[in-house]
Design a protein around this ligand. Structure first.
Ligand code: RAM
Length: 361
């Protein structure tokens, strides 16, 4: 099997070289914040891959690829992944682009494929742009897990979903409705225009508004690209363009914290409500100063932790990603693969002034 794997890796590497020739992608901008596992990775030979019989791996090499680096949400989720990988004695690496653009992740996937890692854990910036690269990785025997933001399901083995999309949409709509008294104009400040997760949530938010809140009008959806300054500027522009705006929903931790920072020193503080998906540490000061009353999220650390254990189970061959497969995710316990190759972490959680002090992430 090792020979077969090496042949597959070689073929994949050749295919990558061929595809790189026709692409303007470059590794020049690559960032790698690996926990420096390279030494151990090499001294153990190139088959940290587990036995095909599902036995324990000596040292599984698992690479986390977030939407972008420098985003505290992914710092927390990837730290959860690193903790899990340390628990089971694998090697954690984190790589990623600076900007959350559709195909910025492709060179990182290709590099991981050439390196012959055992598993890739990816939050996709685009449902299709990274598909071919992911499938090349899979052809080379690498387990591909998406978490947080999925690709086309045909390009991965499992998606680790933070909460149901319906639940994430509903909690944000209910929060903004409550905060603006059930009527008036609202806008959405999203992440990047192609983000699979935000787009799924926005579509369901629109349906939820239509079904249950006829007096709320969604006047605009703008994109801050999960970039702090862009999100800050988009917030300013929204307030200027829509003087009657009652509220903003930002389903991204980068967007909601940048919008809160803008609002907190503007005339609109307390006049324009803001909610969405945020981390307690980024939102704390805005809850304390009254800019924001409540927002939602899940535990990103648990999400990364669960994704790492799912990657381990796939790489070891103890699951294939089929519906009904079960695996144990360390201290989080047992999980079952649901339909469409997804594993659900749990329910979204609402943070407010009463409970935010209990959280530190
Ligand atoms: C940002 C990213 C991420 C999303 C969170 C809520 O950090 O867009 O994908 O899940 O917000």
């Amino acid at each position: 099997m090792r020979f077969l794997r090496k042949v597959l890796l070689l073929l994949a590497a050749l295919a990558l070289v061929a595809s790189a020739c026709g692409s303007d992608e470059s590794d020049a901008e690559s960032s790698d914040s690996s926990t420096d596992s390279a030494d151990t990775a090499e001294t153990g030979g190139d088959d940290g891959v587990a036995a095909d019989d599902g036995g324990e791996a000596d040292s599984l090499k698992i690479t986390f690829l977030p939407k972008n680096l420098g985003n505290p949400y992914f710092d927390t989720s990837d730290a959860g992944g690193a903790r899990a990988i340390e628990e089971f004695g694998g090697e954690f690496t984190e790589v990623g682009p600076d900007a959350a653009t559709p195909d910025a992740q492709v060179p990182f996937i290709n590099t991981a494929t050439q390196q012959g890692v055992d598993a890739l854990v990816v939050s996709a910036n685009d449902p299709n742009a990274i598909c071919d690269a992911l499938n090349l990785a899979r052809d080379a025997g690498i387990a591909v897990v998406t978490f947080d933001s999925d690709t086309d399901p045909a390009c991965r083995d499992l998606f680790i979903n933070q909460a149901t999309s319906e639940g994430i949409a509903r909690v944000q709509v209910d929060l903004i409705a409550e905060q603006i008294g059930g009527a008036g104009q609202i806008a959405v400040l999203s992440a990047s225009a192609n983000a699979t997760n935000q787009n799924a949530w926005i579509e369901l938010m629109e349906a939820e508004l239509e079904a249950n809140y006829p007096d709320i009008e969604l006047v605009d959806i703008v994109y801050g690209d999960d970039d702090d300054q862009t999100s800050f500027d988009r917030t300013a522009a929204l307030l200027q363009t829509y003087p009657d705006l009652k509220g903003i929903v930002s389903p991204t931790t980068v967007g909601v914290s940048a919008a809160a920072r803008y609002l907190s020193t503007s005339e609109s503080k307390g006049e324009v409500a803001l909610t969405g998906l945020g981390t307690p540490n980024q939102m704390r000061e805005y809850v304390e100063d009254g800019t924001v009353t409540a927002f939602a999220l899940w535990n990103p650390g648990d999400l990364g932790y669960l994704a790492a254990y799912a990657a381990k189970a796939l790489a070891e061959g103890s699951i294939t990603g089929a519906e009904g497969d079960t695996f144990t995710a360390g201290e989080l316990g047992e999980y079952t693969v649901g339909s469409g190759g997804t594993v659900l972490l749990g329910d979204p959680f609402v943070f407010d002034a009463d409970n935010i002090g209990d959280f530190d992430f």
